[in-house]
Design a protein. Structure first.
Length: 290
């Protein structure tokens, strides 16, 4: 479970959210059996998807998709207005040399590509926006999307700290300027404090509220809180339905092997189907062909 606090400052001119996402990132690492760098990459994107939950409308789901040309491959995170999140990365096992700062080389793992944002607000067709990867550090790329595509000046700070036992710390901070008439002095102060800011340096040392107050430069925050949990939407029924898109030849091969297995990409849960169940799908497909 991730703790998320959010709210406004400066009489509603700025909104913010901040989270400690360690438990969620740890669960993703365990579910997908991730090595160190994939944990950091996916952890950052999932943390970003947690931060934007307070900005979603009722019934809304948002999906961030990084289509990378680097070793990370595709990285996907999805969150809902109800406070649930899930995610996956296509390449679960890879490592790179540390960057010049001695940290995990997230930029080297992404290496260009696009960030696609899918917003499902319950209409027939989801709203889809795409922007190029401008940094590869993920925080800057999410901020670029909101600043350019939604015309809301934004800043994100994301971090996942690993140790020999796994995920030591994980969290993030997001700030958006809702009223551009806000004092330039306030904005420059926030920018100065964000310069070189590392969320993992503060997690565990200060409360989320105190971190927000420090970065925003004010004690006067209107704050709300919620808990965000990992939750996948998969089920045995959905997995069974997915068998119906396979060719008859594939189904016959599975029947010969004595079972069919469907693994959910979001949570790595594997559903196993017996020969009798495979035969049901085969008969249904044969009826459609005839």
């Amino acid at each position: 479970m991730a703790r998320l606090i959010y709210g406004t400052a400066y009489r509603g001119m700025i909104r913010f959210s901040i989270t400690d996402s360690k438990d969620v990132v740890h669960e993703l690492r365990e579910r997908h059996k991730l090595s160190y760098l994939p944990t950091v990459v996916l952890g950052r994107l999932v943390t970003a998807s947690i931060l934007v939950i307070p900005w979603l409308g009722e019934m809304e789901t948002i999906t961030f998709v990084i289509s990378s040309t680097g070793p990370a491959g595709n990285v996907v995170a999805q969150s809902t207005w109800k406070g649930t999140v899930r995610g996956y990365i296509t390449n679960t096992k890879f490592e790179l040399e540390k960057n010049e700062f001695g940290k995990f080389d997230v930029k080297g793992a992404i290496v260009g590509g696009d960030l696609t944002v899918v917003r499902d607000v319950g209409l027939k067709t989801p709203l889809v926006s795409k922007v190029p990867i401008v940094s590869g550090e993920i925080a800057e790329d999410i901020a670029y999307y909101y600043t350019k595509s939604e015309q809301i000046p934004s800043a994100f700070a994301l971090g996942v700290l690993m140790d020999k036992d796994g995920v030591a710390k994980a969290g993030g901070l997001a700030i958006q300027i809702l009223d551009k008439s806000i004092s330039e002095e306030i904005v420059s102060g926030i920018e100065k404090r964000l310069n070189g800011f590392a969320i993992t340096s503060y997690l565990g040392e200060k409360s989320l509220e105190d971190i927000a107050k420090y970065v925003l430069g004010t004690e006067e925050l209107l704050v709300e809180e919620m808990n965000v949990v990992f939750k996948c939407l998969c089920s045995r029924e959905k997995a069974f339905e997915s068998l119906k898109v396979l060719d008859l030849s594939d189904l016959d091969e599975m029947l010969g092997e004595g079972k069919a297995e469907v693994t959910c990409k979001w949570c790595s849960t594997t559903y196993t189907f017996e020969p009798e169940e495979i035969k049901v799908v085969i008969e249904e497909k044969k009826k459609l062909v005839n």
